[in-house]
Design a protein around this ligand. Sequence first.
Ligand code: HEC
Length: 291
Amino acid sequence: MLGLLNRIILTILISIITTLSFADDQHSHGANTNYLNTDWSFKGIFGTFDRASLQRGYQVYQEVCAGCHSVQHLSYRNLSEKGGPEFSVEEAKAIASQFEVEDGPNIDGEMFMRPARLSDKFVKPYPNVEASTAANGGAYPPDMSVLAKARAGGADYIYSLLLGYDEAPSGFELDDGVYYNKYMPGNKIKMSAPLSDGLVEYSDGTQATTEQMSKDVTAFLVWAAEPHLEAQHRMGFKAIIYLIILLALVYMSKQKVWSRFGSRKEPEEETFDKIERAATEYEGEDPKTFK
Ligand code: HEC
């Protein structure tokens, strides 16, 4: 029989192991679709981003998706921060300077445009939700800051959606500007397939297949939604090591405390044993020497 404390310790150990094996998997629950499978480098407790993939993902976002989708939480400096695409500061500055932002007022009280700096937020394609909806046939291209976190299925959903365009089955009604997608809830999406083979030319020479671009841009969007994912993984790992050490200490002190009550006999039984032993010893003595 396990003691209560042993059982508690065992329960904690089991929960640590389950947490470890299911870490980051919460997205896949409740999804009613079989998403396409990819091995993401950022999954699991030891998961880290693939820098080259994030850099390519940024390129795809910028050259393709940024025409319609904003990522309003990101600043250009994030591109050079640890745990992200890790462009050099110089590269991030060069990227920022390609965009124009409004600043001001100047001494004449006028607003003016200037090249973006590291501290500026990513430039948005439209000034507001209404403008972006109006420009997209009444459908709002969602901001991508937290999209990977907001959608059930997360990375797998976005990746599958990008590759999920197909001919509509016969009898499936589609209005103008609406497309069939296997992974969109309801199978109707008001975004035409944004990617096609060779759409971008990767600067690192990687072949820009639709699958490759989908994978890279999805990784980029996961990072955009969770820029501190790697730091969190490291933290979680440390916490688990700490818990294991703590458990070992609790277990050891428990053993020590309980060893004082090592005998399984009842106290009275033990006293009785002692008297009996004394009696036997006494009986064994030679009465003559007992003076
Ligand atoms: C021409 C404009 C346009 C471009 C370019 C574009 N999108 Fe979209 N996107 C939209 C619109 C509009 C919607 C909303 C569709 C709807 O609600 O039916 C959308 C929706 C989405 C959704 C959300 C589906 C959901 O669950 O609501 C994802 C994910 C997405 N786009 C990813 C991308 C990615 C990644 C790129 C770049 C590779 C991209 N889009 C490029 C217009 C665009």
